[in-house]
Ligand binder design. Structure first.
Ligand SMILES: [Zn+2]
Length: 258
């Protein structure tokens, strides 16, 4: 496993023992390992590599907000340094939603703002199911509106970035509820309407820029794909499963067995 020991350990890749010319080994790609592992460096590493809370996360979010039509083409053309790849970005966004959910559930009762908890429905749910839903919506998009400028894999890349950003925008809603004087989340219709408007508005904006489709045409397509997508899901797996996995806090009138 390990190569022969060397007097100048720091100058050799610890994985394959060839001399290092920079921060990364040019043969195996492993990052330079030096010094002893400390608790601080361990947690810094977890934050940076698992959740990617570094500059790259901020850059990715910022680019998806101001120019969503340029980030994905850059990725597809191979310009991938300085921002997160679609899977990392999506996982980071899920982690933010998890933290917001946990914080809101603890803070809202203390602040007397239980209405903020009403916004958490979209932030929870099973992550694997959320990812599958994204592929489902991307596939529908591709086959409901052929031909498009992008193939299916390219649409999946875009969908991961766009749904990740939608999740981050939803994460702001419970914080807004806590911050404003009126408990917005007390009204279930307001919660449903605002959540849907945020999703449709951001998706329309992002796809309009990415797909170069006329704006209103784009808005109708986004609404159509989301409506058909969710309705087909309900038809195939049943409303209780869709609600349970995607929107666990939705209260159904006829609650199924649990
Ligand atoms: Zn190496």
């Amino acid at each position: 496993m390990h190569g022969p020991g060397s007097a100048h350990v720091l100058d050799y890749c610890k994985n394959c023992s060839i001399p290092l010319a920079g921060e990364y080994c040019h043969q195996c790609g492993q990052r330079r390992v030096d010094g002893k592992l400390t608790l601080g460096s361990f947690f810094a590493d977890v934050a940076r590599r698992v959740f990617r809370f570094d500059k790259a996360f901020a850059v990715t979010l910022w680019r998806m907000l101001v120019a969503p039509g340029r980030l994905v083409p850059d990725y597809l053309e191979g310009k991938r340094a300085g921002y997160l790849d679609p899977i990392q970005y999506f996982i980071s966004s899920v982690f933010v939603q998890f933290v917001v959910t946990a914080t809101t559930q603890d803070l809202a009762p203390i602040l007397g703002r239980e209405s903020a908890i009403a916004w958490l429905g979209q932030l929870t749910g099973v992550v694997a199911v959320k990812v599958l839903t994204i592929f489902w919506m991307g596939t529908l998009w591709r086959f409901m509106f052929r031909p498009t400028r992008y193939n299916l894999a390219e649409i999946y890349v875009f969908a991961l970035y766009a749904f990740g950003t939608t999740g981050l925008l939803w994460s702001v809603l419970p914080l807004v509820d806590i911050a404003v004087p009126y408990p917005l989340g007390a009204n279930a219709i307001v919660v449903t309407a605002v959540t849907l408007v945020v999703e449709i508005a951001y998706m329309t904006y992002a796809i309009w820029q990415f797909g170069k489709i006329p704006f209103w045409n784009c808005a109708m397509r986004v609404t159509a794909v989301l409506a058909v997508g969710y309705l087909l899901l309900v038809a195939i797996v049943g409303v209780e499963h869709v609600a349970h996995f995607l929107l666990p806090t939705v209260k159904l009138t006829a609650t199924p067995t649990t």
